[in-house]
Design a binder for this molecule. Structure first.
Ligand code: ZN
Length: 163
């Protein structure tokens, strides 16, 4: 998506449905991390913008990498966190490892699914198949509206769950 926050709409809807079993922060981190790829190639003016991370396999490997990073960060802080250790750990441990993993997995998975609908330069099935057969199923405007609506529907559900 040219504007990453559109992805957060479906994330809010999923959070509203799944609740505490999914970390929304992990979902957001996954989406932002994955879009560093097109940003990098955009700044270098070096198309195609969507490469390895924007494939199903690349995105899943990114989810695994981010999960390992989260586990390492948590272990590192609990060992060397110093004065702010408790505060940092509280923030990091507000979700269970399973909720973080689900957030990362759904973040990466929905990112590839949604981006596949709009980016012609993607090859979501690489290295098994080239090209992107999913582009053009719906217009970019429809996709963005759907993401926005998902967010608007998800927000009250998330709010009600937090009550
Ligand atoms: Zn993307």
């Amino acid at each position: 998506m040219p504007f990453t926050p559109f992805h957060f709409g479906p994330g809010l809807a999923l959070k509203g449905i799944i609740g505490r079993h999914m970390s929304f922060s992990a979902f957001v981190v996954a989406n932002v991390a994955i879009d560093i790829e097109p940003l990098y190639y955009m700044l270098r003016n070096d198309p195609p913008l969507h490469r390895e991370l924007h494939t199903a396999i690349g995105a899943m490997l990114l989810a695994v990498g981010l999960m390992l990073l989260w586990l390492l960060l948590r272990a590192g802080i609990s060992r060397w966190g110093g004065r702010y250790r408790q505060r940092w750990l509280r923030g990091l441990s507000s979700s269970t490892p399973w909720a973080v993993w689900l957030g990362l997995l759904l973040g990466c998975g929905t990112h590839i699914a949604l981006d596949s609908l709009m980016h012609l330069d993607m090859a979501p099935y690489a290295p098994f198949a080239g090209g992107n057969p999913l582009t053009g199923w719906i217009s970019i405007a429809q996709l963005q509206w759907a993401c926005l609506m998902a967010g608007i529907a998800g927000l009250p559900m998330v709010y009600l769950r937090s009550e």
